[in-house]
Design a protein around this ligand. Structure first.
Ligand code: IVH
Length: 682
């Protein structure tokens, strides 16, 4: 813990001098920086950190002579550099040999033991292999004086101004006895989230996207302007040392990592000492199964003989140590041939180019389709059928085509043109000026758009029709059973059970779910209609403003624009939607088939359930019977024990009793516990 100098000095000698205060602030800020970026365990909220930083900035502005090189204000303060200087590493930066199979790994272990003449299991330090860029940090008497890229291993490029912007790299080492000099080796990387954000921004501003997080990190380190580096949110893990002087060395690699951790450097929490080949294999499998859930990319694991005397005896072969090996995971990127580019049509008619690929095993699965995002992206990457492309599939992100291997382009490869007609329904494709997307103008006439509209209509946050999934919708549309959302409510168990993968039981369940979905709320209904750019929030605003569908349908453009969250574009979309005769017809059909939402009464809360009779059955989720009863009575309703024609609603939970079937036979409205909660809380 950092002592509270301010309090002590205030008490003893009044206000601290600017120089004392600057020192306290530096220590305090560096400490909190360490807690946040290295230990990932912040002690104070961000606002407090910012406040302390501003206080230090102010002192340093007034007293420039108080600025020190390890001041937290000095991370980005450097002007752009003109170019990169070459630097000589104190000790060369080595690379690693690779293993791709269990056999190659056990060959490595056998070689190690043979050379050492040891029979028993070797202890290895097992570490994740970070997929970023290697850097070497030189600390002199504890102060970070130089950062360098790997370069050719002997000579790298000086990037001190950039590594200083990385918050998990300490500007000064912690601890009492610091080495006279120490080269810290480690990996600079960018998180998956940081990478996605970076590419999103690049896409939005029409710039080239980064091929992978490794390139984004390596590119970030090679910026001339440190302010640009700082924007990439780079992070750092230390995994070893190079040259060193004036420090007692531990006798194991695990000891070195501990020493680095104690000095304030960030060490991977996944590191572990394992024993023998079985320990290595176990570590590999554990890390591989966690790979997708890690916040950053790793491309394998590294095993290093833990004992340093063994390392010394083993030595090197051609720039790679005999005492370490990288055991690689299946690649996240592969090359394959792109057979064709097709266009998929989404709910709003947007055409998305999709690459059809020669199947390729990447990121642990076989991929034969990959997205190309939109037409602009397709043009920028200049992807053509017949091209050899790099395909990337990382984590649960959809596979994408990242780039073309131009050297392998067939002579006759031609770029694809945006189709003039929708590939599904043949309607005209339109592209509004300024918009990156091209759309099919067929509206609900287009089966692709119809399917997407139905998926949206049935989705959980819209009408919430349980069991009406994507495949089923395809079947229903393709067989002509369903054309509009209203047709869903005409389906009966007999028709449904004739479909693929539909037994009588699931058909009956679906009919129930469809019947239950009839009772909804106005915001959900509006959202379910799929009016362009009317999301849940806008749907709520519209419903609150009008509370009546007829009034909303008749509202003028001017009126609509006045509503919260409704801009001119959304207002126009709402108008256009209700002006279309077929949309009005679908709405009428929905209402005729029994879709309804209890009216929000004018007097508001307390009277919604006035005079209504409820029966409860089964175990209700998230509430007891008594709580449910209280809720109902509080809003003016009544709870009775048995179902009759006079019952207004039966609310059922898990394992409902005969009351539910009775309600069905009498045609009484049925609510699931979830629907009930929505009902009473609106
Ligand atoms: S040790 C003496 N440990 O992999 C061996 N390298 O080809 C020096 N890497 O350029 C490297 N994670 O950037 C080591 N835990 C780890 C690593 C790691 C990633 C990178 C490193 C190096 C490359 C090896």
């Amino acid at each position: 813990m950092i002592p509270n100098h301010r309090g002590a000095i205030d008490d003893m000698a009044g206000k601290p001098s600017p120089s004392q205060r600057a020192r306290q602030l530096r220590e305090e800020l560096n400490f909190h920086n360490y807690r946040y970026y290295v230990l990932d365990d912040p002690e104070i909220p961000d606002v407090e950190y910012d406040r302390l930083l501003r206080e230090l900035q102010k002192i340093e502005e007034d007293h420039p002579e108080l600025v020190t090189p390890d001041s937290p204000t000095q991370r980005i303060g450097h002007e752009p550099v003109a170019g990169f200087e070459e630097v000589q590493h104190l000790e060369p930066m080595l690379s690693l040999g690779n293993a791709f199979t269990r056999e190659e790994l056990s060959d490595f272990d056998r070689r190690v033991r043979d050379r050492l003449g040891i029979d028993e299991a070797i202890e290895y330090m097992a570490e994740p292999k970070m997929d970023g860029a290697a850097v070497s940090l030189l600390y002199t008497n504890g102060l970070l004086v130089r950062g360098a890229t790997r370069g050719d291993g002997a000579t790298g490029e000086e990037i001190t101004h950039n590594v200083r912007t990385i918050k998990s790299i300490p500007l000064r080492l912690r601890g009492e006895s610091v080495p006279e000099s120490l080269e810290v080796r480690g990996e600079v990387y960018i998180s998956k989230e940081g990478f996605e954000k970076l590419n999103e921004q690049a896409r939005e501003s029409g710039n080239k996207t980064f091929v992978n997080p490794r390139n984004a990190a390596a590119g970030g380190l090679r910026q001339l302007d440190p302010r640009l580096t700082a924007k990439r949110r780079l992070e750092f893990f230390a995994y070893g040392i190079g040259g060193h002087d004036g420090v007692e060395m531990p006798d194991r690699h695990s000891g070195i990592l501990k020493m680095l951790g104690d000095s304030g450097l960030r060490i991977s929490p996944l590191n572990e000492v394992v024993s023998g080949i079985a320990g290595c294999q176990g570590f590999y499998e554990r890390i591989q199964s966690d790979r997708d859930s890690l916040p950053y990319e790793i491309d394998g694991v590294v095993f290093k003989v833990d004992r340093l005397d063994y390392q010394a005896r083993l030595g090197f072969v051609s720039r790679a140590p005999r005492w370490a090996i990288a055991y690689k995971f299946p690649a996240h990127e592969e090359m394959t041939v792109l057979r064709d580019i097709e266009f998929q049509v989404g709910r709003t008619g947007a055409l998305t180019p999709v690459a059809r690929l020669e199947p390729v095993f990447v990121g642990g699965v076989t991929v034969s389709n990959a997205t190309l995002h939109n037409i602009d992206e397709l043009r920028r990457k200049d992807v053509r059928p017949g091209d050899t492309v790099v395909v990337r599939r990382a984590g649960d992100v959809i596979p994408e085509v990242v780039s073309v291997v131009l050297g392998r382009r067939p002579k006759d490869a031609k770029p694809v043109e945006l189709p003039k007609e929708c590939p599904i329904c043949g309607s005209q494709v339109v592209r509004e000026a300024e918009e990156a997307v091209a759309r099919c103008s067929g509206g609900l006439f287009c089966p692709a758009q119809r399917k997407e509209a139905l998926r949206h209509f049935a989705s959980r946050r819209a009408m919430d029709i349980e069991g009406l999934g994507s495949k089923l919708i395809d079947q229903l549309v393709d067989s002509g059973l369903v054309g509009t959302p209203a047709d869903i409510f005409t389906l009966d168990a007999e028709t449904l059970s004739g479909l693929e993968r539909m037994g009588p039981k699931s058909a009956a369940n679906l009919v129930d779910a469809i019947a239950r979905s009839k009772q909804t709320t106005l915001p959900r209904f509006l959202y379910a209609l799929g009016i362009r750019e009317v999301g849940e929030v806008t749907a709520k605003s519209l419903a609150t403003h009008y509370s009546d569908l007829e009034r909303l349908a008749a509202a003028s453009l001017e009126e609509l624009k006045e509503i919260d969250d409704v801009g001119p574009i959304v207002a126009a979309n709402v108008r256009t939607f209700f002006e279309q005769v077929h949309n009005r017809e679908v709405i009428d059909a929905l209402l005729n088939s029994g879709v309804f939402w209890p009216m929000q009464s004018a007097s508001g809360k307390g009277s919604r359930l006035e005079g209504k009779t409820f029966v409860l059955t089964g175990t209700l989720e998230g509430m007891t019977r008594d709580e449910a009863k209280e809720l109902i009575e509080h809003q003016g309703g009544r709870v009775t024990g048995s179902v009759s024609r006079k019952t207004d609603y039966v609310v059922y939970g898990k394992d409902p009793g005969s009351k539910l079937s009775k309600a069905r036979s009498l045609g009484v409205a049925i609510l699931s516990d979830k629907q009930f909660l929505r009902f009473v809380s609106h």
